[in-house]
Design a protein. Structure first.
Length: 170
């Protein structure tokens, strides 16, 4: 490795700028460990209610970026082979963005995969844009469930709104 390039560990350590960041990272990691179990026990609405948090801080763009980054890292660490789970990552980002005074929206969408299978994806919108991923990466998904900053379900796709995800006969 080129000595001019910082190591991966150095790049990670640089994201933790204070003890508050270390505490934030530890709390995010705890949720990343708990959510794989919780999502098997609880339906989505109670799960969103569980992670919902009243804002307790003033909005801070740098903190919002760290929350999204730490959520991605924590979910990758708990599911190394798959690169993380989008629902877990989304729920964690949603919780800690809310705590930080942001107004995130949790999106859960569906699409048809390359082999006609139904695939789902969860992501967080912040200021109308996907947080931590590109708009292109979520563009194929039709929102099925949308939870607002108050934790309430604000949209649920009806059968007439949802795309035709029925199995294709070949």
């Amino acid at each position: 490795m080129n000595s001019a390039q910082p190591s991966r560990l150095a790049r990670v350590a640089a994201r933790f700028t204070s003890p508050v960041d270390v505490w934030l990272g530890a709390r995010i990691m705890a949720w990343a460990c708990a959510l794989p179990i919780l999502k098997q026990i609880l339906p989505i609405r109670p799960l969103v209610k569980l992670v919902w948090r009243r804002p307790r801080l003033e909005p801070d763009l740098a903190r919002e970026e760290r929350v999204v980054t730490f959520a991605r890292w924590a979910c990758r660490l708990t599911r190394w082979k798959s690169g993380g789970n989008c629902l877990e990552r989304g729920l964690i980002a949603y919780r800690f963005l809310l705590e930080g005074g942001a107004a995130p929206t949790l999106m859960i969408g569906m699409a048809r995969g390359a082999r006609a299978e139904i695939i789902g994806h969860a992501w967080v919108l912040l200021n109308g844009a996907p947080a931590g991923e590109s708009a292109a990466s979520v563009s194929e998904f039709v929102p099925a469930l949308v939870f607002g900053p108050d934790g309430q379900l604000i949209r649920s796709a009806t059968a007439t709104e949802a795309p035709d995800l029925s199995p294709t006969v070949r």
